[in-house]
Design a protein around this ligand. Sequence first.
Ligand SMILES: [Zn+2]
Length: 392
Amino acid sequence: MTLDTFTLQSPIRTSTKQIQKSICIHRLKHIWPQLPKDIQKQFPSTLSTFTSIPLGQSTRTDTTNRFFIDEFRIYLQRKLRLPLYPPPPTTCTCGNSIDKFGDHFFTCKHHVKTALHHRMRDSMYTLCQQIMPLISDATKENIHLELPNIFDKATQLRPGDVIIKHPLNSTTEAHQTTLIDITLIAPYKAHITDTSYTGTAAIMQKHHQVQEYKKFKIRDHPPSNSTSEQLAQELITKNHRMLPFTIDHHGMLGPISSEFLLGQENATFTVSPNEYENRSTSTEVKNLITLSMHNKRHKNILTQANKAWQEAYGSKWFTNTHHAQTPRQWAKQVIGNTFSIHSAKHIIKALNKINNSTITPKKPKPMCSSINLRTPSQYTVQNLRYPIHSIV
Ligand SMILES: [Zn+2]
């Protein structure tokens, strides 16, 4: 019996995972030196489990999980870090050259990522609407999409894409509102001198953390004469905390978003959370970071939701498909499918713009992946802009 057969057939699930992980790391050490530099740099991101989900875990009975053929081709090329085929044009409308993997489209200002951002925003809204009530922290009426009037003077500023208003008896105690700000971060451009996988992975995490830190520093708002410091102070006074949710061009999450969804063991803080404060230049921003990174901040909400679901409903499946039996599986699929489908759409849209529509236009699809839920009526989402197809 080979070691692979032993590990795959082992009845002890956690041990199996550990052994499989060790084998992967061992194999990676062997192949790492042979990988081209441009693949090495993106390799930690391409390992994102979220973008592995559409390859096998998702149900296609839900139409929101289906790729059109061009989308799937591009998704697969991105996941495997293969050059796009057919090859993209060499020059972009911005005048810069386009790399063979299509990374340029996640940086170029001629091809804005607004649509992809909005789909990710909707997937987080859908996720929070289902998950937060399960962990007894906020009802679905307390979860909002891009609320204005967060600030008294800068009323049109929307610092949160998804807003969770916690009840007074919240387990998190120290805050009343969490502002989740979704940010799609651009590929890391600088040269990497560290030649190991772990060193490269740490640099990628730090790249996320730089972007997370920037989100705490809200920009000045000249129309309302509000400075960054005043806006930060207003959030502190109102007991609002920020949760910068970063995701990169290959679907890798930043440490704060990983910790929020999957827990500390899945979050690598290359720079410790306390160091965010030390980097701040103003007291107000420093205090906002302190409030936001408070020890009782939300962590590992998906595992908490699994436990809550099991306690309330035993072995009943969370959805009507065996592909997503638990809240955690469902949530990961919503994020993974939405990102994978809509990042492929983003590349197709950019190529169409440059090539003058050589790829067949596709009919519009719902805003984010959903997956049929089989939940009690109290958890059925009402009034969603793009409803989940609930089959009870
Ligand atoms: Zn460009």
